[in-house]
Design a binder for this molecule. Structure first.
Ligand code: ADP
Length: 521
């Protein structure tokens, strides 16, 4: 018989105390320790002691039922022999039976129990044994076996105790596995973040840094952990973008000039349940190249004007001289058309260089929209008429003034309305619509022209980008929309396009209201 007997009310007081203290010890270890090896060793040792067993072992199983770890099993066997024995026990022995049947197995007398697997030549053969499966949430995570050389040593009562202990040990195994999995995932996450070439920070929802890779520490200081974003990066726009990313759950992307250090493309990516990931990508070189390119373009465009003036001058002289054959006259006219187009291209390039290099005098700019629309439409009226197109203007009378100089607003509208006229078929419809939106005005130029394929839409505002295929590559050089975007963004606005092939396009831009037109609080 085992040392502990479990008979409800009949339980003698000292025994009940033993049982209570055993369970308490195991429970405590199981619920507080995440070190699986230690917990299991202790649980096994205490169960052996409490049941008066001579030996015991504990096997942990993977999901496929294979033994992945063993505790307290016979020592002094080589690895191969041991593995073979484990296999035998699991296939034919009491432990295997307990696992397959998911229930405790008592072999009160191993000689009379067919479930007991005998290894010939075993000197300390068990006379009595218990095997109990460790079951957690329906999954068998292991099996514990207790043995005694004396036959009839274990009884039914011992199986009850073994079951109670097994339930606790199963919880410990599940917790430790969860902990292991978490640690592994954490290692993967840290490894990935460390391997990224860009500085990366993880911020909690209050904006404190909870994780920073080496690159982030090198850039922002070694003591970034636990400090607020506004202190660590020190750029107001980043803090604002963080708030927006958090509130809307949308990725925010801005360009940040970390004074003296470099220009970064900062992406704030919301990760549900974690916070916000801030990735800084160094674009200093790109920006420098961009500036250099603008300077080169501006300089060469400027220098191109004088030789062009020669060509134009001489061509005009030839025309005035008269006396040209019909063919020669057609050629000279062709030269002049080419020259005019080159002038237009140069003007565009110079415009773009000027807009990008312009110092900010934007704060006080102000312009009323309606008169500018009217003048642009007026200038284009002959072309609209010639194509038999219908143009409609829908602009409310009481709109706030916009924060942009009128010449610039005119340039934006000319580009958009001219495109609509140019690319829309004869007899098509064009609309200019404006409405107040947020702290500014949204202006749309709508047409029922050929439309633009989705893949081209994202690139439309790039310099020199022109749409291939139907409707595209007619006349222009692909700079108009990049000028529109540069101008609008310079003034704190944004641009966009919605279009469907065969149905038409809507090019829109939003500009903030002029400072002088701000509503009185
Ligand atoms: P371009 O000088 O070629 O007009 P833009 O930058 O103004 O240059 O426009 C770029 C391209 O976008 C054009 O080549 C044209 O293919 C397309 N596009 C612009 N506006 C429209 C429109 N309203 N409808 C269809 N396609 C358009």
């Amino acid at each position: 018989m085992g040392m502990l007997q479990w008979r409800g009310d009949d339980l003698p007081a000292p025994v009940a105390e033993d049982l209570a203290s055993l369970l308490y010890k195991i429970l405590r270890r199981c619920s507080t320790s995440l070190d699986l090896e230690m917990t299991l060793n202790e649980a096994l040792a205490q169960t052996i002691e409490a049941l008066g067993a001579e030996r015991g072992s504990l096997f942990l199983l993977d999901r496929a039922g294979r033994v992945i770890r063993q505790i307290g099993a016979q020592r002094g066997l080589d690895e191969e022999e041991f593995a073979w024995r484990v296999e035998q026990v699991m296939e034919r022995g009491l432990a295997g039976w307990a696992v397959r049947h998911r229930q405790v197995a008592l072999a009160a007398d191993t000689k009379k129990d067919g479930r007991w697997h005998r290894f010939p030549g075993d000197r300390k053969e068990a006379g009595s044994a218990i095997a109990v499966p460790l079951v957690h949430r329906g999954e068998v995570v292991g099996v514990m076996t207790l043995q005694h050389t004396q036959r009839g040593f274990f009884g039914l009562d011992d199986t009850l105790l073994a079951e109670v202990v097994a339930a606790q040990v199963a919880v410990a195994v599940a917790n430790a596995r969860l902990h292991d999995a978490m640690r592994r995932e954490q290692r993967i996450l840290r490894g990935l973040i460390a391997a990224l070439p860009d500085p990366v920070l993880l911020l909690d929802t209050s904006g404190r840094v909870t994780l920073a890779n080496e690159q982030a520490r090198a850039l922002l200081g070694s003591d970034v952990l636990d400090r607020p974003l506004r202190e660590v990066v020190g750029v107001a726009e980043v803090t604002t973008a963080f708030q927006i990313a958090l509130e809307r759950g949308e990725v925010q992307q801005i360009e940040v000039d970390l004074e003296g250090k470099a220009v970064f493309d900062a992406a704030l990516v919301p990760v549900p349940g974690l916070g916000i990931v801030l990735r800084l990508h160094d674009v200093t070189r790109l920006r420098r190249l961009d500036e250099l390119k603008s300077q080169v373009v501006a300089a060469t465009s400027h220098d191109l004007r004088s030789p062009l003036a020669y060509v134009q001058g001489f061509a005009e002289v030839l025309l005035q001289e008269g006396d040209l054959s019909e063919t020669a006259e057609r050629c000279v006219m062709g030269i002049l058309t080419g020259v005019r187009r080159m002038y237009a291209l140069i003007d565009h390039l110079l415009d773009l260089a000027r807009i990008e290099g312009e110092e900010d005098r934007i704060a006080e700019a102000s312009c009323d929209l309606r008169p500018v629309i009217d003048s642009v439409v007026d200038d284009l009226s002959k072309r609209i008429e010639a194509k038999g197109q219908a143009l409609e203007i829908d602009v409310p009378t009481a709109l706030p003034a916009l924060r942009m100089e009128c010449v610039d607003l005119q340039r934006v509208l000319v580009n958009l309305i001219e495109n609509a006229v140019k690319y829309t078929q004869a007899g098509g419809r064009i609309g200019v619509v404006a409405c107040e939106e947020g702290d500014g005005v949204r202006i749309s130029v709508v047409d029922n022209g050929p439309g633009i394929p989705a893949e081209a839409q994202t690139r439309l505002f790039e310099r020199f980008y022109r749409v291939d295929g139907a409707g595209g590559r007619r006349g222009g050089v692909g700079l108009g929309l990049s000028i529109v975007r540069a101008l609008v963004e310079r003034h704190g606005g944004h641009v966009g396009v919605e279009s469907e092939v065969g149905k038409g396009s809507t090019f829109w831009f939003w500009l903030p209201r002029a400072a002088s037109d701000a509503p009185v609080p």
